[in-house]
Design a binder for this molecule. Structure first.
Ligand code: IMP
Length: 182
């Protein structure tokens, strides 16, 4: 039913599986002896983080933060707000943030700064997707699943007005979906 609103599939379910396995291997090489905090940025991280952590065969702690910047539209508002803070102290801990997508870089840059300010031993970012053309800040994620063009995508955690997060793949929406909302 949701699939009928999709114009193009950008990352298929098979591709997602391969991407997650590759990232899990790279992350395991780096973190297997570090007992890191795997910090998910809600809500977009949920499918990616859930799939990723099943392939991380070492001790880790999970935590979540909810920060918002888009407020339901398709263009960044430029404001980042902490709606829910993580409950775990990060002082002297290695933190690996799992994010659905890095676009302007504002969201992730402020979260990284905050965690460093709180005394994290290291802070790195694993993002499923990177949209470097949207960048307004100089920020390079440490682990990238796939670099994509500057298009608005939905599915596998990413939403348009809170919808489509439950699609099992990533794709672009048909233009009529945006037009019918206006
Ligand atoms: P940034 O602060 O501009 O890097 O935006 C990052 C956040 O904006 C992501 O965590 C997403 O929640 C949202 N976002 C950015 N691009 C898209 C997109 O193409 N589709 C859905 N959400 C997006």
């Amino acid at each position: 039913m949701l699939e009928k609103d999709i114009e193009n599939v950008l990352i298929s379910q098979d591709d997602l599986r391969d991407i997650v396995m590759r990232m899990a291997k790279d992350i395991t090489d780096e973190y297997h002896d570090k007992f890191p905090i795997l910090l998910g940025l809600l809500k977009g991280c949920v499918p990616f983080m859930a799939d990723l952590l099943k392939h991380l065969d070492f001790h880790l702690e999970i935590a979540f933060m909810n920060v918002s910047s888009y407020h339901g539209g398709t263009a960044s508002s430029g404001e980042v707000k902490i709606d829910m803070d993580l409950g775990t102290p990060v002082k002297n801990r290695h933190v690996l943030i799992t994010e659905d997508i890095v676009d302007s870089g504002r969201t992730i840059d402020s979260v990284v700064d905050l965690l460093k300010y709180r005394g994290a031993k290291s802070v790195r970012v694993a993002t499923l997707m990177d949209k470097p053309e949207g960048r307004v800040l100089d920020f390079t994620p440490h682990y990238v699943g796939k670099t994509i063009p500057k298009a608005f995508v939905v599915g596998y955690g990413l939403d348009y007005q809170e919808k489509y997060r439950n699609l099992p793949f990533v794709g672009t929406l048909k233009p009529k979906i945006y037009m019918s909302e206006e």
